[in-house]
Design a binder for this molecule. Sequence first.
Ligand code: HEM
Length: 426
Amino acid sequence: MDTAPPGTAVPELDPAHVARWQDSGGELIDLLTAAHRLGGVSGFRLGGRMTVLVTAPEAVHHVLARHPDRYVKRSHRLKAVLGDGMIAASGERWRTQRRVMQAQFTGPGVRRYDGLMRAAVAEVADRWADSARTGQPRDLGADMRHFSLDVIWRSMTGRPLDETTHREFLAAGRAVAALPAFAPATGTGPPDITAEVARIDAVAARAIAAARDWPGPSLLHVLLAAERELPEYTERLVRDELVTLLAAGYETTATTLSWLFLLLHRNPGARDRVLAHPPGSAGRTAAIRAVVDETLRLYPAAWIMPRYAAEDDVLAGYRIEADTPVLTSPYLTHRDEAAWPEPERFRPDRFAEGAPRPAAGAYYPFGIGPRTCLGIQFGLREMVLLLETLLPAFEVVPHTDPQPTFGVTVRPDGPITATVTAAPTT
Ligand code: HEM
């Protein structure tokens, strides 16, 4: 329903559906889970103000895809880091910025980076082969973070990730990842991350210097060309966009891969079902994709997407006042029994070829609507290329069983120490 028929009273959110958490100090995920149990559109008070949680697929679709002009992004929680990069931008500026990068991120566009991605994959495989020989355990989370940063660094600069960049970025990344995913106006400002921003600025300056020395093509060359041709592309905006791509494409992909290895271990037989398809076949690639899609259902890295009502609206029969914070959460929608039978079970067959497609708004690990992830094809490609190499070659046994922790991304709450062994050749 878009507008109430004339003369129809539109209910406020039912008071019974308003969980009063008033700065409970509890974990945001506990608060959201409690609110979600009350209904697919529910409300709670946070930081003294009404916040609406939207998890029912139809209502999610209404907010993110059908009416992105009514539910807008506000100053991004990572604004101090991302500046005016695409994630934090809005209006005409956002449209220009998206247009500049779009062609690099289509299916054929990302194939240009296949060679660079494969080089990053080969490095992981070499390191794992060494560990398989020596029996030295690996830190899976660290390996996946190194891989995803290496991929994006190579596709910007043409060079493998160097140790200094890696160290600096990780140090800054840890502070940024610990920021809350949604910070209501509680009076206390966000933590001071000036030192981390300085580290990231140094990384960005190094990337730009490296890209200027290299003929390309690369993601950064597209930005440097825009700097020459478009007045709005100042040196500062090139830095902001570069940092946005690093930030958006790094932790998301790395945590997804970490969860994927944990889920394969927790679900014996899942890896064998992928490997039952012949190497190099379309069937194997599709089976790997299904495992990635199901991992993203259970652990959608960007687990919460905040918006604000730009105007009064009627959502699922409730009145939403202008200025109300409206949260959508793929983590909660993806675990809702009404949308996903046996939601807690890892079942990649939900995404097998020929399986029914999820209803609109029921599955959105990359968001939906105009602000959908720019890097979908890029992220999927790097994950599939890595898994096509690692899954047949290695068996992975984690020694730990981390639980989710909910910061900017939903990530494992500790290191994933794991033994990797060479898989028997058949
Ligand atoms: C598993 C991997 C990834 C996941 C789960 C993911 C998820 C998301 C989500 C949910 C959004 C939309 C947020 C919102 O609507 O509020 C988003 C936006 C974005 N993502 Fe990703 N992402 C991934 C990988 C990547 C990669 C690899 C890149 C780039 C190399 C990237 C670049 C971006 C950018 C630039 C935006 C902002 C788009 C805009 O505002 O127009 N992402 N991502």
